[in-house]
Design a protein around this ligand. Sequence first.
Ligand SMILES: Cc1ncc(COP(=O)(O)O)c(C=O)c1O
Length: 382
Amino acid sequence: MDIKSKLPKSETTIFSVMTALAAEHQAINLGQGFPDYDCNEDLKKLINKYLVEGRNQYCPMPGLLALRESIAEKIYKSYEVDINPKDEITVTAGATQALFTAISAFIHSGDEVIIFEPAYDSYYPSILLAGGIPKPNRLYAPDFKIDWNELKDMITDKTKMIIINSPHNPTGTSLEEQDLLNLQEIVKDKNIIVLSDEVYEHLIYDENQHQSVLKFPQLFQQCIAVYSFGKTFHSTGWKIGYAVGPDHLMKEFRNVHQWNVFSVNSFIQYALADYLKNSENYEYLPNFFQSKRDLLLSELENSPLKSTPASGTYFQVFDYSKISDLPDFEFAKYLTTEIGVAAIPISPFYSIEIKEQNIRLCFAKKESTLLNATKNLRKLRK
Ligand SMILES: Cc1ncc(COP(=O)(O)O)c(C=O)c1O
């Protein structure tokens, strides 16, 4: 059979590759972004309750209204913004699906989409599948800041979308208020949608506030923002999240959502509708993860791995150029097979070849895991 691939250059994601290598070599996995501890017992009990109670049939296409109402309440508590749960929120099968759906809904053949690289790896292929043209803007270590003048110069009359991600995977950086104001000014009166990946919204440190696009009323009119319960509630395997946008965009988002997912699993939606009502269930997250970040950094303080503390996410980037000349993928393999700690190289987050020598470690791990991993990493010598 003659099959013409739509993604002929696509390879297995770096996360699967490094996780498999970690398992093969029994390395401590600080590679892929998932916790090695379980999610909350009360949440599991709620899920069990609704499953046993028989909440097992289709939910409405945009998501259970009670859950959308709880999400709107959570948004108000977090950002003091009123979002209409009926028309402006859609529950999705994780953030990846929400991103894919948004790109499919708004990108037509030949449209240009600006992404900032390093970029989460699903953006590029999703744009290609929609017939769009990815236009990467490169960010540079160590601060990975966006140059807004450079972005302005990249915009053409074919630019239909800009994808931002804050807090940012893989760099652990986050956008500030002025960044969002710059973006708002740049897209004002243009036919450009901002797709804002905010899956790490609650993972923000050192007393900083997450700058959500939802907080900028004018910008919001051109935005779809995407969230993940997997990231917020330590349950990446559930694949449930949501998208938020003004009704005129959400209408079109749902137009595609109903033909690729229709509705998301029912009993977890019922459980989350209850669980979200208590803001303590997410307000503890900055402190919880900041102490893990600080443990990782303090245990490696005297090692030759150099870092700027992550301001968000559960990822910390380390520069290993003092230790090795290896390219980052080779170095990540060496760490996994010889040092016993799996890491993620940064180069797969770029569509171009890069020479910088950085790896990413995930600190969403038990204290004992972080201590064991850092003990191994301290064996690295200049
Ligand atoms: C920046 C970013 N966006 C989206 C996702 C995907 O989220 P989900 O598992 O809810 O699809 C991830 C997961 O690692 C991520 O890091």
